[in-house]
Design a protein. Structure first.
Length: 139
């Protein structure tokens, strides 16, 4: 088992990176700011930098594992999305949503060239979700 948190790992022909991050707050909410946001940004930047280094100029796909939804409840992108786009992330999987009202409005599908998947276990009925077709994952 390989876990990523502020770093990246190669698995077969793919690269996975990730960080916990912080929630994207809507305009109505008080700004998050502070130490938690700074740590989340630093961890994401480190993970994306390492993933890009592992890609080494090739077109190998990079997937980001993100704890919180990268969009707010109104579908507005958090600052992480711009970073995903600059690095050329292929897909982002995220969770943290625990009630059906959240699942039904979660940003999913291809948005600005990146595929987003809500993989909260309860939203999926505790069943795995195939993100892409079969590949050699180097097991």
């Amino acid at each position: 088992m390989i876990a990523v948190d502020g770093d990246a790992a190669e698995v077969g022909d793919r690269i996975f990176c990730g960080a916990r991050g912080v929630p994207v707050l809507s305009e109505e909410a008080a700004p998050q700011g502070g130490l938690a946001e700074a740590r989340g940004s630093a961890a994401l930047d480190a993970a994306l930098k390492q993933a890009d280094h592992l890609r080494n100029g090739t077109d190998r796909p990079i997937y980001v594992l993100w704890h919180f939804p990268p969009f707010d409840a109104h579908g507005r992108a958090g600052s992480c999305v711009d970073r995903f786009e600059r690095t050329g992330i292929r897909a982002c999987v995220y969770g943290h949503l625990h009630i059906q009202a959240q699942w039904s409005t979660a940003a999913q599908g291809t948005i600005r060239g990146i595929r987003y998947h809500c993989v909260a276990a309860d939203a999926l009925g505790f069943r795995p979700l195939r993100i892409e077709g079969p590949t050699n994952l180097g097991r």
